[in-house]
Design a protein around this ligand. Structure first.
Ligand code: GRF
Length: 205
């Protein structure tokens, strides 16, 4: 297994497609000194993603890169790779990113792409398991607990090594929306926690 050694403050690039509340939690933890990391770029496929606005407000460089802005696949890939390389990114963090990551990026950043998923993987993961679909499925399956998972991204959706999980009770009167809210609160804590453990060398990848 390839090991990655962090020499200085960990440099992160976040990929996000929508609200970016997980991104915000990480920005906040960096700003208040709880997380010794630097967000050097936020990339979105969606020009109206609020995540981009959150990044701009925090003076982080933002990039809108999609198949519309870069219809040529190689150009698309190289544009993203150039940003990651020029900014010397150590880890990519996916925070509600709705596009598949090209295999070339997964290989180049092997073991260095993280994702957060709003359920206790390996349950309720894979194709179609995103957003409210996840919480609906959890409730329909009458699960007593759900939670959030931070994992490594590999070539299969929601399949990579699990780094950290935290659970929450599913109450009888929970709806997908109330469950999503409870899980999101956990997400906001554990994503930064895992990044901190990596930056301190306590999780070695
Ligand atoms: C989160 O629920 C996360 O688990 C999933 O996408 C959602 C993103 O939410 N991967 P936000 O954009 O961070 O608010």
């Amino acid at each position: 297994m390839r090991k990655y050694k962090i020499m200085n403050k960990i440099k992160l690039a976040a990929f996000a497609s929508h609200s970016g509340s997980n991104l915000q939690a990480i920005i906040d933890n960096i700003q208040n000194g709880k997380l010794n990391a630097e967000l050097v770029a936020v990339i979105s496929n969606n020009s109206t993603a609020y995540a981009l606005e959150r990044a701009r407000l925090a003076n982080i460089d933002t990039f809108h890169i999609s198949s519309k802005t870069h219809p040529n696949e190689i150009d698309y890939l190289n544009t993203i790779l150039n940003i990651l390389e020029s900014k010397k990114v150590d880890f990519i963090i996916l925070a509600g990113y709705m596009k598949p990551i090209p295999a070339e990026i997964i290989n180049k950043y092997y073991n260095r792409i993280l994702n957060i998923h709003p359920a206790l993987l390996p349950k309720f993961g894979g194709s179609g398991m995103y957003g409210m679909n996840v919480h609906k499925a959890v409730i329909e399956s009458k699960e007593k607990i759900s939670g959030a998972t931070v994992h490594i991204v590999d070539e299969k959706y929601d399949n990579g090594k699990i780094l950290y999980q935290e659970s929450v009770n599913v109450d009888e009167n929970d709806t997908p929306e109330t469950l999503a809210e409870k899980v999101l609160q956990i997400e906001h804590k554990i994503y930064s926690k895992v990044i901190k453990l990596i930056s301190e060398g306590k999780i070695v990848l």
